[in-house]
Design a protein around this ligand. Structure first.
Ligand SMILES: Cc1ncc(COP(=O)(O)O)c(C=O)c1O
Length: 399
């Protein structure tokens, strides 16, 4: 393995890119582009890596994983995950809950955490028996309590501390700036009082403070847990602590992967002597490196000092590079002989931000060639839009 992103199920062999045991140029020839391919084995391997780290840290018996389906809700992928019996679901809208149930999960497998819920949303959710509801505002606690007094609930809290890859503010859900997510310390007593008014028992404390964190951010992760345990200690009814998702994967060669042993060790340090069980709800960590997006190069042209490589899909099919500045590394399906040169990979949408990767050294690229964008398994197809009426794509789960 020579490239930073190569691994057993994604690598070059004699200049030919293979993914999930298939030649990538062959996948493009058979199914066309733009197309997402997901490796069913990789997502399960990612679940297993997380489970082993928790197990080795002594948390195996009292931790559970809820896959954040907002990352990728492709039905065959969800059905496949359900079949493993290893994960539940984190859902954030009534439609997500119904979709998860349609893919074989039961309501009891689902932890629900959402924001700005309407009465119509709450009424729909209220009819689903067994759903684990986490309220992220006092208004939601009150309206949920009116619909069904006496139930168990979770409360999403906001520790005013955030975490993300390279501390990218766009990926933080909590921090210096006040956000819409969760209940702050300053409002917590009121939230508890409103829950009491409706006979609701607060069984879970939930926090999710940002996305994409890696080893470099583990110190902040430690402080966030510490600060969220303040909320747990205000109550004697909490049985579950949901520590959210946010675990990241490398996007560039310089990103040190998340050290799962250290990550789980930090959790164990906080929870070893506590009675509560732990929930984790990762999306990115499980799904992102499971997927690639195949594109066809249609234009290679030098404009002033920049060589642009135009492809047949734009940021509307995978918004993270343009919106969050998270690069998706491009890899040619066939590595042509010759020296690398610096190019800019651009999409087919009429917007200046529609650049997949600026100034990257790539082996020779030609019009008609297939290009793979790695790390396209999360927050890509799930967030795709039909902007410029260029919303068409295909998706396949490779088994
Ligand atoms: C409440 C909640 N949980 C979990 C996640 C999953 O985050 P990630 O994909 O970064 O693990 C999100 C993402 O937005 C979220 O809002």
């Amino acid at each position: 393995m020579t490239e930073w992103w190569e691994r057993e199920d994604l690598h070059f062999r004699d200049g030919v890119l293979t993914f999930a045991g298939r030649r990538v140029d062959d996948l493009a020839r058979q199914f066309g582009t733009p197309t997402f391919f997901y490796n069913s084995r990789r997502i399960v391997a990612n679940v297993e890596r997380l489970r082993s780290a928790l197990h080795e840290a002594g948390l195996g018996d009292r931790s559970g994983i809820k896959y954040a389906m907002k990352a990728n809700r492709f039905a065959p992928l969800l059905t496949h995950l359900r079949g493993t019996g290893l994960v539940g679901i984190d859902a954030c809208s009534p439609n997500e809950v119904e979709h998860a149930i349609g893919c074989g999960f039961s309501a009891e497998d689902i932890s629900f955490t959402a924001t700005s819920l309407s009465n119509r949303d709450l009424e729909r959710l209220s009819r689903i028996n067994g759903l684990s509801m986490n309220c992220d505002s006092i208004s939601t606690i009150r309206r949920w309590g009116r619909l069904g007094p006496g139930r168990d609930i979770g409360i999403r809290v906001n520790p005013a501390l955030g975490i993300s890859r390279a501390q990218n503010e766009k990926l933080q859900y909590s921090g210096v700036n006040t956000t819409k997510f969760g209940i702050y310390r300053e409002q917590f007593a009121e939230a508890v009082a409103v829950a009491k008014d409706f006979g609701l028992t607060i069984k879970k404390i939930h926090f999710h403070t940002g996305c994409g964190y890696l080893t470099a951010q583990l110190g902040i992760w430690d402080s966030i847990i510490d600060s969220c345990l303040w909320f747990v200690d205000q109550l004697d009814s909490v049985e579950v602590i949901n520590v959210g998702g946010g675990l990241g994967v490398p996007h560039v060669a310089e990103d040190a992967p998340l050290d799962l042993t250290r990550w789980a060790g930090i959790l164990a340090g906080h929870f070893r002597n506590r009675p509560q069980s732990i929930e984790i709800e990762p999306g990115d960590f499980l799904a992102k490196d499971t997927g690639i997006l195949l594109l066809t190069i249609n234009t290679v042209e030098k404009k002033m000092e920049t060589t642009f490589v135009g492809v047949d899909a734009g940021f509307n099919l995978a918004v993270e590079p343009a919106v969050y500045g998270l690069p998706f590394h491009p890899v040619p399906a066939l590595r042509l002989p010759g020296d690398c040169r610096t190019v800019t990979i651009a999409g087919n949408i009429n917007e200046a931000l529609d650049v997949w990767y600026a100034n990257i050294a790539m082996p020779p690229l030609e019009e008609g060639q297939t290009l793979a964008l790695i790390n396209a398994g999360a927050y890509s197809s799930a967030m795709a839009s039909n902007h410029c009426l260029r919303g068409e794509f295909k998706e396949f789960l490779l088994t």
